[in-house]
Design a protein around this ligand. Structure first.
Ligand code: GRF
Length: 222
């Protein structure tokens, strides 16, 4: 078996996407090994969850860097390097990154966003999707670029927006899709199954490189 890629997950909160990635990587055939979970929030519930899984954890508290984002990122980067990390997956990591970290981890840094990018960048995505009346909403895993919620899209999952949805019910439906697509995206990146053609991510295991084959729209039940 080829070497599994040592992966770190960066979190700030509950870590349900983190748990989905860890669960997928329990299978020894999965091409990524989750070697480390790092949080910028010492009390993030996801840290305890990671420890239950037996994963090493670390905290780099951004508050200790007095607003110096790059100093915070240098500390983070040092921990990642000390642990031999090869891929970094952001999973509810609530810090805007500077070009320092983005460039240091170029093409090896991925993020999940709870909307179909480039729609609804930023926060409160489910509220805004309902306000705008979109009929499909979803989630996106993408390589991270220096812009917020931007960068080449690896995989997207869509869900229907139902007439009686609230931000909570819609968010729950999107979260289920997140837990499906994030492990799939990490698998693709860790196995070398994707490459960049300018801004487009194309799939190397497909001779025709037909990206449409990876689209996913949940069944529309009504
Ligand atoms: C998810 O909705 C993710 O898309 C967004 O932040 C949320 C994190 O949730 N970036 P969790 O901590 O993974 O449960």
């Amino acid at each position: 078996m080829s070497e599994r890629k040592k992966t770190a997950i960066l979190i700030s909160g509950r870590g349900s996407n983190m748990s989905a990635l860890i669960s997928a990587a329990i299978d020894p055939r999965f091409p990524a090994e989750i070697a480390l979970v790092v949080s910028n929030v010492p009390e993030a519930p996801g840290l305890a969850r990671a420890e239950e899984f037996g994963i090493a954890t670390a905290v780099v508290d951004h508050k200790e860097f007095a607003g110096d984002r790059e100093a915070f990122e240098r500390a983070l980067d040092a921990i990642l390097k000390d642990n031999g990390i090869e891929i970094v997956a952001l999973a509810g990591f609530m810090r805007l990154l500077t070009p320092y970290l983005v460039n240091a981890w170029s093409n090896r840094l991925i993020n999940i966003h709870p909307a179909l990018l480039p729609s609804f960048k930023g926060l409160a995505t489910h509220e805004r999707a309902l306000e705008e009346g979109v009929k499909l909403h979803g989630a996106t895993v993408h390589f991270v670029s220096a812009e917020m919620d931007d960068g080449p899209i690896i995989i997207q999952g869509a869900v229907p927006v139902l007439d009686n949805d609230t931000p909570e019910t819609l968010g729950k439906r999107v979260l289920e899709i997140e837990h499906q697509i994030y492990p799939k995206a990490l698998e693709l990146v860790a196995s070398g199954g994707v490459k960049l053609r300018e801004r487009r991510v194309v799939f190397t295991d497909n001779e025709t490189e037909d990206t449409s084959a990876r689209g996913f729209v949940s069944p529309l039940s009504r």
